[in-house]
Design a binder for this molecule. Structure first.
Ligand code: ZN
Length: 602
């Protein structure tokens, strides 16, 4: 491709509203063009990258017996009413009216299309398993479309749906697709991890996300390199470092005056103990009302996401007023000596205390349910507040001096923890979600009566899985993961062209012009994808454009290189170039492309 003829050139200025590296570079380098927030045109360079990604995914889905189909984007609303998703997905649905006042939605997902479709062909267990996929434009009414092509209102997606007779078959297929997804990311030149998804507070759905490591990622993941697994920080589990000695002898509890500030460090300082010896108690308010006390080792942090999941309610730390109402003093709270709640643990105690589950005690303390993180189990002789201002307790022991209503994993895991599986070090890194897979069970099969006759001759609902990768999002993800301060660095497998050929002084120097044209022709004949910058522009401009566009191999022909009977050869991900004999150049470039292209990408 001659650069002078290319539709969509580089721009000198950064788009003023670009809020991410991918938006900035993809726009500036002429890959995409923003029409409106979250809505992008893909220009020739961008379309070539997208097509290569699509082809890699297609090959991997075919390899797990996926069959490609194409379903409509426009769905009659009745399909969505059948699954109840006109309500549950209401916020993101684009709706429209057709002729005769009929309601339609622009689909954000295709369970509503594929399930009734499958019901027309699946009758017996002999028709299963089956797996179909498509590449399609999806619509999602994002309240905040942002981050370039990462979070669009209209976006490209590969969605696959699988149908199974048994859970076992579903589980085995799910693992195959998981591996196929990892193959996709590897072939696209990015490092991805499988992450167990948190699934939201009220969801028990089994699902996994694929996270691509990039410094500007919106998620934080904890990685164990040894197990090759990653966890989302909000739900991560790990082995707590344990400096405490569970064999330590229990001493009798004592009250001690403590003129100190409210923090754990100040408490540890006042009693000359390590922060891990302080029993930390945080009181949380539940979104539906009620309070709950949470105990954890002093050097650890409560993970509010885990707590919310456990309680089935959003939580926030209780205010000073809320604490005072139930007779607690901020900074001096502990479960020691408080009245016990009868039942109703998960609901917490009502502020004000006139609910039937809540007992007022004579000295004005209200009963509060307590849960604790497992980390407090091994610690002996805790230091903690006495539920009175400037009064502490020392030598406080679980079971002897206080009890807890329930033990749960409530700790915020960070790099100081070990891998829960192997104990190795965990590394914290930023990542972007680049795909997800779900076990759907029989939810949609029941909605659309997708059943089959099993091998016992009985009627059963089909078990379903679904598997998504945002294709346009993956274009942006690769840029986020692979760039420098000058521009994009495309992995060879998805680069729009493999070679960026530059002639310097081509217009006024016929020798340079002829030499560059000859190389261009030889490479084209050999099927190498070349972007040929033959414009009458300065060397500086052409080099900057080449760095911004980010093709893997740059070849420069100039009067200077021709004096050495050579061309300059430079890889985008290396700083130094080298000279290659002009006569050998086409052959060496062809060999280089051949060696790189082990991925089988088009
Ligand atoms: Zn591990």
């Amino acid at each position: 491709m001659r650069y002078s003829k290319l539709f969509g050139k580089t721009k000198l200025t950064t788009p003023h509203d670009s809020d991410s590296v991918n938006a900035k570079y993809l726009t500036q380098a002429g890959f995409v063009d923003k029409m409106a927030a979250g809505i992008y045109n893909f220009l020739p360079l961008g379309k070539r990258v997208l097509d290569k990604i699509v082809q890699i995914i297609r090959e991997e889905m075919n390899a797990v017996d996926g069959q490609e189909i194409a379903m409509p984007a426009l769905h009659p609303i009745e399909l969505w009413e059948t699954t109840g998703r006109t309500k549950t997905a209401d916020a993101i649905l684009y709706r429209t009216k057709g002729a005769g006042d009929k309601d339609f939605v622009f689909a954000p997902s295709h369970e509503e299309a594929v399930t009734p479709l499958a019901a027309k062909s699946v009758q017996s267990y002999k028709d299963l398993p089956i797996s179909v996929y498509q590449f399609q434009t999806k619509f999602r009414n994002e309240p905040r479309a942002k981050s370039g092509v990462l979070r669009g209102r209209e976006f490209g997606m590969k969605d696959m749906y699988s149908f199974h007779a048994t859970e076992k078959d579903m589980d085995e297929y799910y693992e195959r697709v998981k591996q196929a997804y990892l193959n996709v990311y590897e072939r696209c030149g990015v490092k991805a991890y499988v992450v167990e998804a948190s699934g939201g507070i009220f969801s028990d759905k089994i699902s996994h996300e694929f996270s691509v490591v990039t410094p500007a990622g919106e998620d934080t993941i904890l990685v164990c390199e040894k197990c090759n697994i990653a966890q989302n920080l909000e739900v991560a589990i790990g082995k707590v470092h344990n400096p405490e000695n569970p064999e330590e002898k229990e001493l009798p509890m004592k009250e001690v005056k403590a003129e100190r500030g409210p923090s754990i460090d100040e408490s540890a300082e006042a009693h000359k103990v390590a922060p891990s010896k302080v029993l930390k108690t945080v009181v949380y308010a539940l979104s539906g009302g009620g309070l709950i006390g949470v105990c954890i080792r002093g050097d650890l942090k409560v993970n509010e996401h885990k707590l919310a999941h456990y309680l089935g309610s959003e939580v926030r730390p209780a205010s000073k007023d809320e604490l005072e109402k139930i007779g607690l003093v901020a900074g001096f709270i502990s479960p020691v000596g408080l009245p016990k709640v009868k039942g109703g643990l998960k609901h917490g105690a009502e502020v004000g205390g006139d609910e039937k589950d809540v007992k007022e005690e004579k000295h004005g303390k209200t009963a509060l349910p307590f849960v604790a993180d497992n980390s407090i189990r091994d610690v002996k002789n805790f230091v903690t507040g006495a539920n009175k201002k400037n009064l502490d307790l020392v030598n406080v022991n679980l079971g002897t001096d206080f009890t807890i209503d329930d033990f749960v994993d409530l700790v915020t895991v960070d790099e100081s923890f070990g891998c829960a599986k192997c104990g190795s070090e965990l590394t914290e890194t930023k990542a972007i979600e680049a795909g997800n897979i779900f076990k759907l069970g029989t939810k949609f099969s029941k909605d659309f009566d997708l059943h089959f006759t099993n091998d016992q001759g009985k009627r059963d609902f089909v078990i379903m899985g679904c598997y998504g990768i945002g294709t346009t999002r993956l274009v942006g993800t690769i840029v986020e993961a692979s760039h420098d301060e000058k521009g994009i660095i495309w992995p060879v497998s998805v680069a729009p062209y493999q070679v960026h050929l530059i002639s310097l002084g081509a217009q006024k120097d016929s020798e340079v012009n002829t030499a560059a044209e000859n190389i261009y022709e030889a490479l084209q004949m050999a099927g190498v994808e070349v972007l040929y910058d033959e414009r009458d522009e300065s060397a500086g401009k052409k080099f900057n454009d080449a760095d911004l566009i980010g093709l893997p191999l740059r070849i420069v022909v100039s009067s200077r290189t021709l004096k050495e009977k050579s061309v300059e050869w430079k890889l985008r991900n290396e700083t130094e170039g080298k000279l290659v004999k002009y006569t050998d150049a086409p052959k060496e470039i062809i060999e280089w492309v051949h060696d790189c292209d082990c991925s089988g990408a088009v």
